[in-house]
Design a protein around this ligand. Structure first.
Ligand code: TYD
Length: 210
């Protein structure tokens, strides 16, 4: 059986990724296309436990390299437990964040260096890159405005970082977009959720046919 398609969704905090993913899922369901929607560390107990350590608001003194290693460890477990078995069965897998998050957040914004973070992630994923990545492009200013308006959203430790950090994350993603033009597709996140979701689903349908 042919391996399934592995698609990932990336963007800065507040870019609307979660909302768009919900709508994309609904559209795929309407079209009768089976898929697995997951998010790091979704559905893996061990990966979840690792993530809790990272996002704990008390862990403000966490070393950047330690954080990068924990994300990579959590990613490994989620990949092996959830993503790879589904792909092996030929399923379409949509993942809310994957290694590009580490490259932008830890590699670029935290200043460890993208190459170094890439190398530990290469180890963690055995080199399994996504087949296609959607980058939901919203400027950090607009993204932060959305976060502040959306009071119901849970505020995690990383949300509390300085605005400068969010700007750097965005710059990091822009670098990745240039570096991997074949793999990463830019989606204008200033559009309505409906427009964005339709654009994404059209691209997915084309890839499935190809
Ligand atoms: P989450 O609550 O999942 O936010 P979102 O809905 O925006 O994805 O928290 C994820 C946070 O962790 C977010 O600020 C991005 C950050 N992150 C990294 O810094 N590195 C990573 O490798 C991943 C997967 C996430």
């Amino acid at each position: 059986m042919a391996e399934g398609l592995f698609l990932t969704f990336e963007g800065c905090d507040g870019c609307g990724k979660t909302t768009v993913l919900k709508r994309v899922s609904a559209l795929l369901e309407e079209k009768g296309i089976p898929f697995l929607l997951t998010r790091e560390p979704g559905g893996s107990h061990i990966a979840e436990e690792i993530r809790n350590v990272i996002l704990d608001r008390n862990n403000t003194e966490m070393d950047p390299r330690c954080e990068a290693l924990l994300y990579a460890a959590s990613r490994r477990q989620h990949l092996v437990e959830i993503v790879l078995p589904a792909l092996k069965k030929g399923e379409l897998v949509l993942s809310d964040r994957y290694l590009d998050s580490s490259l932008a957040y830890q590699g670029y914004a935290r200043g460890i260096g993208m190459e170094e973070v890439y190398s530990i992630n290469l180890f963690a994923t055995s080199g399994r890159l996504p087949d296609l990545t959607f980058f939901l492009d919203l400027s950090p200013e607009e993204a932060l405005e959305r976060i502040h308006k959306n009071a119901s959203r849970e505020v995690n430790r990383l949300d509390l970082e300085k605005e400068n950090f969010h700007k750097k994350v965005y710059e990091g993603y822009k670098i990745l977009l240039k570096k991997y033009p074949e793999r990463i597709v830019r989606i204008d996140a200033k559009q309505t959720v409906e427009e964005e979701s339709k654009q994404i689903v059209d691209i997915i349908l084309k890839r499935l046919k190809a």
